[in-house]
Design a protein around this ligand. Sequence first.
Ligand code: PHE
Length: 472
Amino acid sequence: MNAEREHFSSKLGFILAAAGSAVGIGNMVGFPVAATKGGGGAFLVIYALFVVFICLPIMLAEMNLGRKTQLDPQGAYPSIAGSKSRWRFAGWLAVLTPFMIGIFYMVITVWILGYFLQTLFGNLADLADPEYFGTFINSYTVFGYLIVVAAIVHFILVGGVRNGIERAAKLLMPALFVMLVGLVIFVLTLDNAMTGVQFFLVPDFSQVNGDVISGALSQAFFSLSLGMGILITYGSYFRQRDDLVGSAKLVAVADSLVAFVAGLMILPAIFVFDPNTNPDTLSESSVAMIFNFLPQIFLALQETLGYAGASVVAGIFFLLVFFAAITSLVSIIEVPTATIVRKYNVSRKRALGVLALTMGTLTLVAIASFGMVNAFTNLVTYGGGSRSFFDVIYDVFYDTVLPLNGLLICLFVIWRWKTGHFHEALGEGNASYHKSLLKRYVSFSLMTFIPIVLAVVFINTVASIFFASPLF
Ligand code: PHE
């Protein structure tokens, strides 16, 4: 049926593409800030434990489902469960989720491009004005940036798996890493940088509470691109003879490493700017951090580097985040693309055309939901407040459906696929897997506490977001 399915050219191609998906805005800003607020080293330990003990098994499950069936999520679930099975629902949900989260991620990527270009045009001083962001997101120039981002993503995706996704990852990921390391080295040479490093690394367990723990889990889950059908789809471009288990481990390590290194850039920068920063007062949201706070920090560098020098540093930063965001955006839009191509038997170009129309229209609605159009800005009211279209996508898909998708794949493995078959497929390409401790661990965890943890997270999120009454 899928005789001519395209594959990544090599294990490295797969690893870079999957790491490209995983490394995103969450790594660059969300992780460092969450770590500092969550007790530095204490958060890092908790995060690492979640990556290894909860996220890695789910990651293996998603990739394995894709590789075994050689299908996108919508095809993969019924291909094992039967075409009339209720598991079809899980497949559809794993395509609808990236479709919707893609809209949300697209909007943020568009803003990043805008900030990058504004820096390039010499407007860093404007960006640093606290009022700027609110005006910027409601200006019509945003539509221009949208066209540019959409064109880049289209250009990459239309090239297919090897000439599009893999090639972009091979170009952008090394560039990203070089820029990141360059910025870290630069920031660490500034006065007071070590205060930031200390806040980032020294464990303070007194900061750890329920919120920090659940925040660490959602951060890890999102950062590894779980629950979005992405790893199922990328897994389907992986060959049976290649080592899936080893590759998954490397992707998890690479993603965590980049997040960690990004901390060595962001935290020192914050403390160079103001050595008396109280981490508790740092903003919760990555959006406020990137678009309000960091431009002020960059502008302050003009005292030592001059305006042009400060603009160069800011430009490199925004370009870095833009590269990270593009490879993630590509991965998320690949899921509906692959589904449309197979299900409706059309070319990639046509599938992307359909998505440009549908996702494009909804992205316009999202962009207009920050004040441009009142009906979209105050779309619905729940949980005690009025929510915009953008908020709804975030609440429903990012916060609620991601853990649900994780839960569904665990239950699918247990009830439908059956662990015996699951492991048989997973071990292909890695002879030592069947005798490994990892195999026993994956088996045990997927059948016991991982689905329980995800079910609790899911129920608690629904209770707190939609009924304003969290369970704990
Ligand atoms: N892992 C990405 C991040 O950390 C999240 C993401 C991946 C979002 C793919 C969308 C698509 O930012």
